[in-house]
Each structure stands twice: as C-alpha cells, then as structure tokens.
Write a protein that binds this ligand. Structure first.
Ligand SMILES: [Zn+2]
Length: 309
C-alpha cells in the first residue's frame, strides 16, 4: 500500500487554464462561440472576426509573430485582463508554420516552396517539431489560468470501415497533407476538450406515404465524443451531443471574481474595449481604489476641480 493518500482530481482544476480545440463546418459559428469565453482575446490569423466586437491582437503575418503574440499574452494577461486566448484559425497558423520551414531550409541554389519539396516526409517531421514547440508555448498561459482555445476548419474525407465496403464521410480538422495528418492528432492529444461543431438538418416527409422528403429545419450542434464520422473528446463528462450554445460548456471555464467599484458598489464592466481588470488596475493606480468607468470619470472631474480651485 502506498504511504501517500492520493485524492482523485475530477473536473475543472482551479487555477489552471483549459486547453480547447473547436473545429467545425464553414459558417457554423466557431468564432462566435469562442468569443463568449471569459476575457477573450483573439489572435485572428485570417480576419474572420473583423465584423465582431471582440478584443484582438494584430493579425500575425508570419509564424514568429504568432509565437511573439502568445508570449505577449503570457507576459501581459493580468494587466490587460486576458483570460482566454483564441487562435482563429489553426489551419491559417499552419500555413505560416510551413512558410517558415520552407524559408529556413531554402538556399540560394534550392528554394523550397512547399512541404512536399523536402522529400521522404522530412518536411512533415519539421512541421511536427515546430507545432510541438508552439503547443509548449501555451504552458505558461495554462499554468497562469489562461484558457487557450484553438479554432480549426473541418473537411470531409471519404473513408472505408475495415469490415465494410461502403465509403462514408469522415469530418476532420483541415490540417496536414491529404495523406498524412499528424497535426490534428497532436492538437487533440494536447487538448482537454475537442469539440466538433456542425449543422444538423432535420428531414421530414412531405407526403402521406413518406416517399418525398424535405429539409425542414437546421440546428447547430456540437459533439463531444468520437464516432466513426467525426473526432472529438472531453474529460468533463459532457453529453455526446449538445446544442451549439456557450451555456453548455460555460461551467468549465472559471471566471474571475467580479470586480466591484469602490464608489458605487456596481460590478465594473467592459467599456470601449477595456476589460474590467484593465479599468480596475488603472483606477487603483490613479485614484487608490478600483472604480468603474463612470465613477472614474467623476473622480477625474473632482480631481480637476480640486486643482482649479
Ligand atoms: Zn462606480
């Protein structure tokens, strides 16, 4: 018998961020779902959030910039109030990874343009190493309690089950080459939760014999467990299928204690792209107490009047 008493650790480990992968069909609402994570800041690699009112860092133009932005968030999350980093999307990030690998391995004599130019799967090996280093960069964020959410497009691939002859569609992350996809399993392995986001079409019969059918409604759903048709995982005991709604997973994300204004007693809210944590930090420094935006404006006026008289 062990001399130690090991307690089982279930569910959310407080003080640690969540590692999440959300992949889904085009237009299903990956970015919108992710934007509801507490204290979300986007690293928008493909400009898909330009129409959304979210906090975002400049779109990275190369792999090095993407990594720098992660480091920036790790160093500044407290001051800026970042609680969740959203990488939107990883298939665009992967393009920058491949561009870097080609750039680093090209010579004047031989310019490499694509990962296949390396031969013998060498390029994919370099890519795996680079992505693995990137995932290591998320460690300081996770231990600081910042969630890391990776978004990815989904594509279908025709597959055949060993015991059957019929082909069927399998939804996968849009990563890697057509034949070898080592990156998607790496992301899934890294994650605490990989969800597949999809449209579900309901078909109803339009005649009494049930011969004619019509698509009557379309629901958006998310899948939390793996099947033959898609990949997913979670270690939180989520239902296999859920409506695509942040409420379904909100309990997994720990939210910071609400910040209360010292003057009016109201919760400090986000104003003009400034997170509550940011407003609280600035007002505490300036006025010696945490204030909401309105009370900070009043405090400023009082200070100005005091100096004027
Ligand atoms: Zn106030």
């Amino acid at each position: 018998m062990s001399q130690f008493n090991y307690e089982e650790v279930n569910g959310v480990q407080h003080g640690k961020g969540l590692k999440v992968v959300l992949y889904g069909q085009e237009g299903v609402g990956k970015s919108t779902l992710a934007s509801q994570c507490p204290g979300a800041v986007f690293i928008d690699c493909e400009g898909s959030t330009t129409h959304m009112n979210v906090r975002r860092l400049p779109s990275p133009t190369c792999w090095e910039m993407l990594c720098d932005e992660l480091k920036f968030i790790a160093e500044n999350h407290q001051q800026k109030g970042y609680q969740s980093v959203i990488i939107d999307t990883f298939d665009w990030a992967e393009r920058m990874a491949i561009e870097k690998i080609c750039r680093d391995n090209s010579t004047e004599q031989k310019v490499l343009k694509g990962i296949e130019d390396f031969g013998y799967g060498k390029g994919w090996q370099y890519e795996c190493e680079l992505i693995s280093k990137f995932l290591d960069l998320t460690n300081p964020l996770i231990s600081a309690g910042v969630n890391v959410v990776i978004l990815c497009h989904a594509i279908t691939k025709k597959v055949t089950l060993p015991e059957e002859t019929a082909e069927y569609d399998h939804w996968e992350m849009k990563l890697g080459s057509k034949t070898t996809n080592k990156i998607a399993p790496m992301l899934k392995e890294w994650s605490d939760m990989t969800l597949f986001l999809a449209f579900q079409t309901n078909i109803t019969a339009t005649d009494s014999e049930g011969k004619k059918h019509r698509a009557t409604s379309q629901k958006r759903v998310m899948y939390a467990t793996k099947t033959a048709w898609w990949d997913a995982k979670n270690r939180f005991g989520l239902p296999d299928k859920m409506p695509l709604d942040f409420k379904q997973i909100a309990h997994l994300f720990q939210t910071a204690e609400p910040l209360i204004c010292a003057d009016c007693g109201q919760e400090i809210q986000t104003v003009k792209n400034h997170a509550p944590e940011q407003i609280a930090t600035i007002t505490e420094k300036k006025y010696g107490r945490k204030l909401c935006w309105d009370c900070a404006v009043k405090a400023k006026e009082m200070n100005q009047n005091a100096t004027a008289s």
